[in-house]
Unconditional design. Structure first.
Length: 263
């Protein structure tokens, strides 16, 4: 029987090391290889805002694992449903991000759907990729899966912010993941991540997370915001996305070429 894969992401977070990745919004596995080959530790596969099917997610996870022993894949699921969660986990992803968690009840449901009994209600498929296509000992696999998975709930609404204390108190939630753009939008301060009220709201999530000994994650669009979040305790840092990297590089290179022509 194969030995269950140790989750490098969970190891890094347990050691309080900064772990940096990026959202993957493009379906091509080559993008996964480029991002992880460039030094990122994981990709956060965004099936919430992209029309990825289960086969695409599994292929991207497989590609991430092929990029080296220290590389991981995390999936942001489309919604908090058994099907969406099950497909993501059976791909072999090391972590899962559940969007739009606004209550302790939703957080508890996320824990239930991501864990096998007795900790949750996840259905056991010993023939899935996550279980080595049927070559893993089922009981050992289920136990390791419960121990190794990273479960993050996304705080990205005013309702989630108001309920963050009770959400963080839910056993089995590993991480509070801040969605700063949606949160700022819900506050009527769309995209103003430097605004005092937005910073206060995000800092509140960080404070509660530290109090309840939860890991902290965030999407950062620039280095200055990333630094502020790291100082607040973030160790799961999503720095931009594949699309943002591509657009930024193209814009920078075109500007350089246009500057040459203007000389």
């Amino acid at each position: 029987m194969p030995t269950p894969r140790t989750n490098p992401l969970r190891t890094a977070l347990s050691e309080n090391r900064l772990s940096v990745g990026a959202f993957q919004m493009l379906a091509d596995p080559a993008v996964t290889e480029i991002l992880l080959g460039g030094g990122l530790e994981w990709v956060l596969i965004d099936s919430e805002h992209r029309s990825f099917n289960a086969e695409t997610v599994e292929q991207l996870v497989r590609t991430a694992h092929g990029c080296g022993p220290g590389k991981s894949a995390v999936v942001r699921v489309r919604d908090l449903t058994r099907g969406a969660v099950q497909y993501a986990l059976e791909s072999g992803a090391e972590g899962i991000v559940v969007p739009l968690v606004n209550s302790a009840e939703q957080a508890a449901e996320a824990v239930a759907l991501t864990h096998y009994p007795p900790l949750g209600t996840r259905g056991l498929n010993a023939g899935a990729r996550a279980a080595g296509w049927g070559t893993a000992d089922p009981s050992g696999y289920a136990r390791a899966a419960n121990e190794q998975l990273v479960v993050a709930v996304q705080i990205e609404t005013v309702a989630g912010l108001e309920a963050v204390e009770s959400i963080a108190a839910v056993e089995g939630v590993d991480m509070l993941y801040v969605g700063p753009f949606d949160l700022s939008h819900g506050m009527g301060l769309t995209g103003q991540l430097g605004h005092a009220e937005v910073r206060k709201a995000i800092a509140r999530v960080f404070e509660v997370g530290r109090k309840h000994r939860k890991w902290l994650g965030v999407l950062a669009p620039d280095v200055a915001f990333a630094q502020w979040c790291i100082e607040g305790g973030v160790r799961f840092l999503t720095y931009r996305s594949d699309v943002r990297y591509l657009k930024a590089t193209v814009a920078q290179e075109v500007a350089s070429l246009q500057a040459l022509a203007a000389r």
